[in-house]
Design a protein around this ligand. Structure first.
Ligand code: T3D
Length: 257
């Protein structure tokens, strides 16, 4: 059985991390397959990506059994070949990526989720910066993303103490967007993906580009970027449809063009 399940349904690319007996810990095969599936999501027919985990966990991060094998890859290669290409693909994909965190998300598993555009979780899910407990540093963009999400002090404490954060607390401190009850999690999170998949995809892609640049740009530079991308958005068919539908008092039908 492949360690990543993938299907495209109703314009949503659904990626399911699938090593349930290992809490979907990443081995090399799974990391490379995830990159491959994220690349398939570049296809125009995909207008939103939904990432979740099979079984009771989202992902426990790096498969620690694999790194202790006699011929294990060096750390430099694990990050540059496994995790960095995953988080880079997520940030560069020109469509929204939803992380639907169904259970525990630890180490690289947590940080891959946190770099997605919208992070939603089940009430019983949790987030752990597990790295410090085994003598590692936060990777998979965590050292960049987490302080920006929750502030330097809280990020620093979570990264050093490695404490488990409940979904409820994660929402409260702004680490994630929302949590849902375990019973309604699948339906509610898929509804978010369905809604996004019917929105003006190019406008969302430009919004994502702006959010990416806002992390480092100056105020003046960001205004210039808004100028550029608003002009691009105004040239899309979906913008024309949005305004037309508003004037005609009907629901717009966006095509992602
Ligand atoms: O080279 C490099 O490593 C660089 C890259 C680093 C990136 C990273 O992600 S480093 C961080 C690696 N992850 C961890 O340190 C987390 C380790 N796991 C845990 O701390 C706990 O499993 C959890 C807190 C995530 C969940 O705890 P719990 O009690 O719900 O489940 P469990 O019983 O510990 O785990 C269930 C099974 O999954 C168990 O297998 P078994 O005994 O039933 O056969 C456990 O060994 C396995 N498992 C969980 N995490 C991993 C794992 N197997 C391999 N690797 C794991 N990371």
């Amino acid at each position: 059985m492949a360690s990543i399940l993938f299907e495209i349904k109703d314009a949503i690319g659904i990626i399911t991390l699938y090593r349930p007996d290992k809490l979907n810990a990443f081995n090399r095969e799974m990391a490379l397959l995830m990159q491959e599936k994220l690349d398939e999501c570049k296809n125009e027919e995909v207008r939103c990506v939904y990432i979740t985990g099979a079984g009771k966990g989202f992902s426990a991060g790096q498969d620690l059994a694999e790194v202790t094998e006699p011929n294990a890859r060096g750390f430099d290669r694990i990050l540059s070949e496994h995790y960095n290409p995953i988080v880079q693909r997520i940030r560069q994909l020109e469509k929204p990526v939803v992380a639907a965190v169904n259970g525990v998300a630890a180490g690289a598993g947590a940080n891959i989720a946190l770099c997605c555009d919208i992070v939603v979780a089940a009430r019983s899910a949790s987030f752990i910066q597990a790295f410090s407990k085994i003598g590692l540093i936060p990777d998979s963009s965590g050292s960049y993303v987490l302080p920006r999400l929750i502030g330097w002090q809280k990020a620093s404490a979570l990264m050093m103490l490695g404490e488990k954060v409940s979904a409820e607390d994660a929402e409260r401190i702004g680490m994630i967007y929302k949590f849902f009850s375990d019973e309604t999690f699948a339906e509610n999170t898929m509804n978010i993906a369905k809604y996004l998949s019917q929105m003006p995809t190019k406008g969302l892609a430009y919004t994502k580009r702006l959010l990416n640049s806002s992390l480092t740009a100056s105020f003046e530079d960001q205004l210039k970027q808004e100028d550029i991308f608003q002009m691009k958005a105004a040239q899309t068919e979906d913008y024309k449809e949005g305004v037309k539908a508003f004037m005609e008092k009907r629901i717009p039908s966006f095509k992602g063009k």
